[in-house]
Design a protein around this ligand. Structure first.
Ligand code: C2E
Ligand code: MG
Ligand code: MG
Length: 751
């Protein structure tokens, strides 16, 4: 996913969140408004009922006034007046309006008048103040708790009114019975909607005396103290209340008139009153939830996609075979780390590691073994490095370590040495015991370059020098190396065109048989006539040809050229041609030699192929097979430069050589160990019936010594330096005879 897409998705997620937050805020605002409206409605409802209630009590108060007047008329003996009032009282109570059910008048401790002839036995008993009555108001009014008539089962609420005589002294009570059912019906008629209107005693343990709904149950069960009507009655508050007693959310309007010890409440169950709103809110919340879930899922998808990309990105930076970071990591992440380390003042070193002899293991033991070996190399490298170092596999058998350190030279040198020694220890892969070595090129910042890639290039140059010197070592890059490499690269480019430009020429140096003295053959030695550098010796360009693979076409050309030339020589004169290990390892070497012989018609027995120890040190089975096939063609094989490198006398027995050429270096040290070694090798070869030739004979003294030691064949400037083909005839004719005179020919040595 692109950065733009990420931003777009992120923006969308943010918008969704904002939308959800906005909606939630609006919903809560709407709920508040709804609650306010319900509360206002409750308050108004309670107020309307309050008016009704006050009318009931006004009517009761009228009866109280009548009762008081009656008492005074009784005291004055105005019987006519008393009778009129009795009728009035009777009519008013009989009218049953305002929920007034019965009136008893008590004076001086006895019932003086009752509206109910049958009487209310329980009530006539007396106007005493009961435990459920409210405390008297200033006007002398008390309201009792609802009581049930045991006989009829009817409920009634007793209100007790104080009566006074003319002097204003307390004279008796008018007990006026209210019917809670009738009151309830009245308020039920008045209230509308789902709200419950209650009339409640204004006391701490108040009871309901009328209610718009389910009154019978309320009276019977004595509603719990948690009932909002009670709670409010206790508080005697006026106005609006949000009540959550008993876990039920209620919106309540309250009216508490001063003249009557009763509180009127209208209470709405919020869930019912705002039912529609809540329903709508549920839908909106569900939509929001779906949106949020969608946003969540989308975000997760985006995130997992992003993480997947991160993981893939991570994988792209790893080498699947070894698990090490790869070249891409080196050029991307490592380069960034390097830049910041440089800023922090740290120094850096790059170690470029190349395995010596890995290709052979891979070719001879197979790729699975090669892969396991690389994994083991990676494991060892992991153990070699420190915390701040990074090891990477750049490809093939090439690894790199980047070290960011304070004291670079000492650190990096010891690390390079450690790597070389660790990697050259024995490996065990699939039952094989393998040994390889490692070459390490080290480049230090800043002498090796300012950028990481420059350092890698410098490390590569240093590595080249290690390789050129035989590997299994490390070298630190030195700017002078660059010049050498540049010259070498230029030479490499020129060499590519040398063959086509006819700049190559084969020179011939005689091989001289001592008893009887004669030219037994010539060694073909290549020369390059460089247009600018002049005559370039093989020591300078053969290694380049070997590395670049140019040795194959060049070597074949030398072989054909030499065989062709040899056909012009006497039949008993051999031609010795050098074969590079690179040529020897090629699968087509047999057919190349065979076709050169066929095309030039040179008898195979006249061709001698010189190979060095570098060849025999490779895989024994393959080398032996190739040697045997070459010998089967009829050609002879000589072991060249014997005594240099890892010379082992066992090679002489293990490989079917026809001749051994003892390296010139021993002759130079004739009076030291060189002489002893030559003597020993000559003796051994005589014993093994191998021909011997000593290279680099330059003086009469050397020749004499060799003759005494029984050497049969020699080669050297004493007889002739390598010469162009035209000189061969002359050499053949004169060499044997002119030996003493030839000593002066040394001046050709470098030609
Ligand atoms: P090499 O095969 O050991 O050849 C002998 C080298 O010793 C030649 O060096 C020769 O000029 C030199 N030499 C002979 N007599 C004397 C002497 O008395 N004193 C001194 N100091 N040197 C003497 P050159 O021609 O420079 O060749 C060097 C090496 O290059 C050869 O060593 C051979 O390994 C390689 N080479 C030359 N031509 C070819 C070629 O066509 N193919 C391959 N693969 N390698 C070649
Ligand atoms: Mg040679
Ligand atoms: Mg040699």
């Amino acid at each position: 996913m692109s950065r733009a897409a990420l931003i777009a998705y992120g923006g969308w997620g943010l918008l969704t969140l904002l939308l959800i937050a906005g909606t939630l805020t609006s919903l809560s605002q709407a709920e508040r408004t709804g609650r306010k409206a319900v509360l206002a409605r409750a308050e108004i409802g309670a107020s309307a009922v309050e008016q009704t209630m006050l009318r009931v009590f006004e009517a009761a108060q009228t009866l109280q006034t009548l009762a008081q007047t009656r008492g005074r008329l009784v005291d004055t003996g105005n019987l006519a007046g008393v009778q009129a009032i009795d009728e009035q009282l009777h009519d008013d109570v009989s009218a049953k309006h305002s929920g007034i059910e019965a009136v008893n008048i008590y004076r001086r401790g006895r019932l003086e008048w009752t509206s109910d002839a049958a009487g209310w036995p329980g009530r006539i008993a007396g106007p005493s103040v009961g435990p459920g009555d409210t405390p008297p108001t200033p006007a002398g009014l008390q309201v009792g708790a609802p009581v049930q008539n045991a006989a009829s089962g009817r409920w009634s609420v007793q209100t007790t009114w104080l009566l006074r005589d003319r002097a204003g002294a307390e004279d008796g009570q008018a007990v006026i019975w209210l019917d809670p059912m009738a009151l309830s019906e009245m308020i039920a008629r008045q209230s509308s909607g789902p709200g419950v209107v209650s009339m409640v005693q204004r006391r701490s343990d108040a009871v309901i005396i009328a209610r718009s709904q389910h009154l019978g149950r309320a009276l019977l069960e004595r509603p719990s103290a948690a009932d909002p009507a009670f709670v409010l009655a206790r508080q005697a508050a006026r106005g609006q209340l949000e009540d959550r007693t008993g876990g039920v959310d209620r919106l309540v309007g309250v009216q508490a008139p001063e003249s009557v010890p009763i509180v009127v409440t209208q209470s709405f169950n919020t869930a019912v009153a705002l039912g529609e709103f809540f329903h709508l809110r549920q839908i909106v919340l569900a939509v929001m939830l779906a949106l949020a879930a969608g946003a969540f899922v989308a975000t997760r998808l985006i995130l997992s996609n992003y993480l997947l990309r991160e993981r893939l990105g991570e994988q792209a930076l790893r080498d699947p075979l070894t698990g090490l970071c790869n070249r891409r990591y080196f050029t991307d992440s490592m380069a960034r780390r390097f830049v910041s380390a440089r800023r922090d003042g740290l120094s850096a070193a790059v170690l470029l590691i190349d395995l010596d002899g890995f290709k052979q293991v891979n070719d001879t033991r197979g790729h699975p073994v090669g892969d396991s070996l690389l994994r083991q190399v990676a494991d060892r490298l992991r153990l070699c490095i420190g915390e701040d170092d990074r090891v990477m596999r750049l490809g093939g058998d090439e690894f790199a370590i980047v070290r960011l350190c304070q004291q670079q030279r000492r650190d990096s040198t010891s690390l390079a040495r450690f790597v070389v020694s660790e990697l050259s220890k024995m490996y065990e892969v699939d039952g094989y015991h393998l040994r390889i070595s490692a070459s390490v090129g080290v480049a230090l910042y800043p002498s090796g370059g300012e950028q990481l890639t420059d350092l890698l290039r410098s490390a590569d140059i240093a590595l080249y020098f290690v390789k050129a010197e035989g590997g299994d070592a490390y070298r630190i890059f030195d700017p002078a190396m660059e010049e050498t490499v540049r010259t070498r690269r230029a030479l490499e480019i020129d060499l590519r065109g040398a063959l086509a430009a006819s700049q190559l020429e084969v020179y011939y140096q005689p091989l001289v048989q001592l008893e009887p003295r004669r030219v037994s053959g010539f060694e073909a030695l290549l020369r390059w006539h460089h247009p600018v550098l002049g005559l370039v010796m093989p020591g300078r360009f053969i290694p380049i040809a070997e590395e670049t693979g140019l040795i194959a076409p060049i070597g074949e050309w030398v072989l054909r050229q030499a065989c062709q030339e040899a056909t012009r020589w006497p039949a008993n004169t051999r031609i010795a041609v050098n074969l590079s290990p690179v040529q020897f390892e090629r699968s087509d070497i047999i057919s190349i030699v065979a076709s050169a012989l066929r095309d030039t018609r040179l008898p195979p027995g006249r061709l001698e192929l010189e190979i060095t120890e570098g060849v025999v040190m490779r895989d024994i089975g393959d080398v032996l097979a190739t040697m045997r096939r070459l010998q089967a063609l009829g050609v002879r094989l000589a072991l060249d430069d014997f005594g240099t490198g890892y010379s082992s006398l066992s090679y002489l027995r293990s490989f079917p050589f026809d001749k051994v050429k003892i390296d010139a270096s021993f002759l130079a040290d004739l009076h030291g160990d060189g002489g002893t070694i030559i003597r020993a090798v000559l003796g051994l070869c005589g014993h093994l019936e191998l021909d011997t030739l000593v290279e680099g004979v330059e003086t009469e003294e050397q020749l004499h010594w060799l003759r005494v030691e029984g050497c049969t064949e020699v080669q050297g400037h004493l007889f002739s330096p390598p010469r162009p083909a035209q000189g061969v005839a002359e050499i053949i004719a004169n060499v044997a005879a002119r030996i003493p005179a030839m000593a002066g020919a040394r001046g050709y040595a470098t030609q």
